[in-house]
Design a binder for this molecule. Structure first.
Ligand SMILES: Cc1cc2nc3c(=O)[nH]c(=O)nc-3n(C[C@H](O)[C@H](O)[C@H](O)COP(=O)(O)OP(=O)(O)OC[C@H]3O[C@@H](n4cnc5c(N)ncnc54)[C@H](O)[C@@H]3O)c2cc1C
Length: 180
């Protein structure tokens, strides 16, 4: 199957949010699942998995990826221009919310938030009586962006409980202006 890149934007250093339009797929997946992207690079067919970061409610799906500068695939993904097409398969994976959905604790760092973003956006409104708690660890350089992302999430989903805990504080990289 093919997907066309509709847009992409930087959301943290070396990290981008990608929106794809599925050309031959109805985007039926369960939040938490992933797709496999494949591309011929340097004469080799390279396949890499990426969690779907969006809820299943349109012909589009979103991914959130890190650039691994010396990696085989992610530099290609980051170089893909709007309108560019990519081969993909899926959905795959059983990392999904079990039914009946109960109070849930999501723990993620960095782009590991992608499957939880899909779950939260898809499921929160269906289960207003359940408590969803997200613990999100980010590198120092991501902190301001992470706070912005969480504020946006809270605004969109007021029932979300977000006791933000830092998995990473510290270092000479840390912005001294940030609250501790
Ligand atoms: C189920 C699943 C979901 C995923 N979801 C996401 C996601 O949402 N977002 C995301 O960014 N990533 C995700 N990943 C990771 C993603 O699939 C890729 O692994 C990642 O993008 C790096 O791919 P790459 O080809 O650029 O790097 P690679 O070429 O695979 O290299 C990655 C790193 O490993 C090193 N390396 C490679 N091969 C070796 C070796 N043989 N020995 C030692 N070191 C080696 C490289 O030097 C590099 O530092 C997911 C993976 C899985 C399995």
């Amino acid at each position: 199957m093919k997907a066309r890149l509709v847009s992409s934007r930087e959301i943290a250093p070396n990290t981008r949010h990608f929106e794809f339009e599925a050309l031959e797929w109805d985007c039926r997946f369960v939040p938490g699942q992933f797709v496999s992207l494949t591309q011929e690079i340097g004469g080799n067919s390279i396949t890499r998995a990426y969690s779907i970061a969006s809820p299943p409610n349109s012909s589009r799906f979103a991914l959130c990826a890190n650039l691994v500068p010396e990696g085989h695939f992610s530099p290609f993904l980051f170089g893909l221009e709007t309108g560019g097409e990519i081969e993909f398969r899926g959905p795959y994976g059983a990392f999904i919310l079990r039914r009946p959905v109960s109070d849930s604790l999501f723990v993620a760092t960095g782009t590991g938030i992608a499957p939880f973003r899909s779950m939260i956006h898809a499921k929160l409104h269906e289960h207003p009586d359940q408590h969803f708690t997200l613990i999100f660890g980010v590198p120092p350089a991501w902190e301001l962006l992470a706070v912005g992302l969480l504020v946006a999430l809270i605004a969109a989903l007021p029932a979300l409980h977000l006791p933000v805990r830092r998995a990473t504080i510290v270092s000479e990289e840390a912005n001294p202006a940030l609250p501790t």
